[in-house]
Every structure is written in C-alpha cells, then in structure tokens.
Design a protein around this ligand. Structure first.
Ligand code: C2E
Ligand code: MG
Ligand code: MG
Ligand code: MG
Length: 288
C-alpha cells in the first residue's frame, strides 16, 4: 500500500498547489478593489536614535484587510502586486495616505517624518519624482519629512533608471535608505555610486544577535564600513534590550523593532510619542 499512500500524498500536494494558486489569483484579482474599496491602511513604526533615544521618524507599512480572506501580510500581497504589474496604484494610494496623515499630525501640532517603502517598479515610474514632490507641496510638507526605503534588489534591478529618479529626489532633499541590506548581492562600493544616505541592516542579522556569533561580526563590519563611507546605519528587528545594547555598543546610529514599538495605528502615534520620546534607553543597562 506504499504506492497508494504515495499516490494520496501526491494528490494532496497537488491540491495544496491548486489552493495556493487559487489564493494568488484571487488576491491579484482583488488588488484593484483593495485600493478603491478602502481596504488598505498604513501603520507606523518608530525609529529611534541609539544614543539619545529621540524618535527620528516613523516607517509607514501597508496593511490589507481582505473582505473574505482577512489580513493579508504585505510580504505576500506586495510581492504579488509587483509580479503582476499592479504595484503602482498601491504606491500611489500610499503616497497620498502618508502625506495626508503627515498633514493631519501637523494640524495637531506634531511635525513628524515618515519613511515609505518603494518597489523597483516605482523607481521606473517616470512620474514618480513629480508625483512625490506634488504631494509634499499639496499637503504643505517639507522634503525632509519624507524618506524613501528601497531594497538592494530594487536598486540593482535597473540601476541606471533607479539612480536617475533617486538623484532627483535626493536633490529635492529626501533621504534615501537601502532596506534589507545584506540579503542581496550589492556591494557597498556599488551602493556608493547611488545617492544613498542610510543602510538598514536586514532583520535576519539582528533578530538573534549575540556577541559570540557570526551575525555580530557581519553587523559590526557593516556598521564600520558604512560609517567610513559616510552612511548612517539602522538596525531593524530589534526585539530585546540585549540586542539593542550590543548595537549601541557597535555604534549603530538608529534602532527599530518590537522592543521599541510594533507598527502602530495612525491614531495611536501621538499618544505613543507622549510617553516614549525620548525612548528610555536606560532599560538596556538594567537588562544586562
Ligand atoms: P521592510 O520594509 O523591511 O519592513 C520591516 C518589516 O519587519 C515589517 O514587516 C515590520 O513590521 C517587521 N518588523 C519590525 N520590527 C520587527 C521586529 O522587531 N521583529 C520582527 N520579527 N519583525 C519586525 P511588514 O509590515 O510585514 O512588512 C513586510 C515588508 O513588506 C516590508 O519589509 C516591505 O518590504 C514591504 N512593505 C510593507 N509596506 C509596504 C509599502 O507600502 N510599499 C512597498 N513597496 N512595500 C511595503
Ligand atoms: Mg522598510
Ligand atoms: Mg527591511
Ligand atoms: Mg523586508
């Protein structure tokens, strides 16, 4: 009966494949209504100065509540949107959502800065620069209130095109940050040719950071090399006081992660700031 058992498990595998495929097709089909039917929203995760604890900015992260499938993680739907050529409407919705939010906070007396994540397709959008600058102007915001995060792979996909948009945005005063650094194939030397001001070390190196481990060596040397090229270094995925302490010791400039705060709904941001700016880094010493 081994053969029939094998047949059954193969059958289940195929059904699993079909289900997965069907889910993907459903999500791709529903991406459009996600934008038009108000199913998307942004959450905001703070980034703090590792020395002073001061909140430097918030990263805007997209959320999709699908009407029947529930919460869809962005790693899933952003990837599907990119692969199916549907990312631009999502990005355009996001630019407006973030700039409106910044303007709303400003009306409440808080001048905040937000970093947004861009896809490779956004960088290839000939209208990107004009669009972003128009949004800023329309909402009465300054260029230093918006920063851009782009993954290594997005930049390397079409480096010439990307560097054209990025140079113009940099000239306009926006900060450009390379996200998930360490997971792609770019070298610091290649990145140096782009108008990049900041590196975000990927969370896979940070989550289990331990001074005895290889990750620590990679993190330390990335911080050193980055600094010698004049770049600021951010660590994402800081989940505990121990890794925050090590990163501070290694000279990492900024920290982001669940230990500081999970991504927050927009209407909790000002209240969170009230109790956490500056963030109490003294907790690091207590934990050691
Ligand atoms: P990312 O830009 O590298 O964002 C960091 C991800 O790590 C976020 O996941 C964040 O919630 C999560 N994170 C933050 N701190 C911690 C921590 O301490 N521990 C752990 N385990 N995770 C932490 P999220 O929100 O699920 O987003 C996943 C990815 O989806 C983002 O990675 C980004 O590449 C993409 N994404 C999200 N929003 C957008 C968007 O508006 N546009 C584009 N193009 N991509 C987006
Ligand atoms: Mg990011
Ligand atoms: Mg990242
Ligand atoms: Mg990521």
């Amino acid at each position: 009966h081994a053969a029939s058992a094998r047949h059954q498990s193969h059958q289940r595998y195929l059904e699993g494949q079909d289900e997965e495929h069907l889910r993907q097709l459903t999500l791709i089909r529903d991406l459009q209504s996600a934008v038009t039917c108000d199913q998307l929203h942004m959450v905001y995760q703070p980034k703090i100065d590792a020395r002073s604890g001061e909140v430097v900015e918030f990263e805007a992260l997209m959320r999709w509540q699908h009407p029947s499938l529930g919460f869809i993680p962005p790693d899933e739907f952003i990837t599907l949107a990119e692969r199916s050529g549907n990312i631009r409407p999502l990005s355009r919705w996001m630019f407006n959502a973030v700039c409106s939010q910044l303007a709303a906070w400003q009306r409440q007396g808080q001048r905040l800065s937000v970093a947004i994540n861009l896809s490779a397709a956004d960088l290839g959008d000939a209208d990107l620069v004009a669009l972003l600058l128009n949004h800023l102007r329309h909402h009465g915001l300054q260029a230093d209130q918006l920063a851009l995060e782009i993954t290594e792979s997005a930049v390397m996909e079409d480096a010439t095109l990307a560097s054209h948009s990025l140079n113009r945005l940099r000239q306009a005063g926006l900060t450009i940050s390379v996200d998930d650094f360490g997971t792609g194939y770019s070298s610091l030397a290649q990145l140096k040719r782009l108008p990049v001001g900041e590196l975000k070390i990927d969370k896979s190196f940070i989550l289990q950071l331990d001074s005895e481990d290889d990750d620590a060596t990679i993190v330390r040397s990335t911080i050193e090399m980055g600094h010698s090229l004049g770049l600021r270094i951010v660590a994402e995925g800081v989940e505990n006081a121990a890794s925050a302490g090590l990163l501070k010791e290694y000279g990492c400039d900024f920290l982001q992660g669940y230990w500081i705060a999970r991504p927050l709904p927009a209407d909790s941001v000002i209240e969170w700031l009230g109790g956490n700016n500056p963030f109490p880094l003294s907790a690091i010493r207590h934990a050691k």
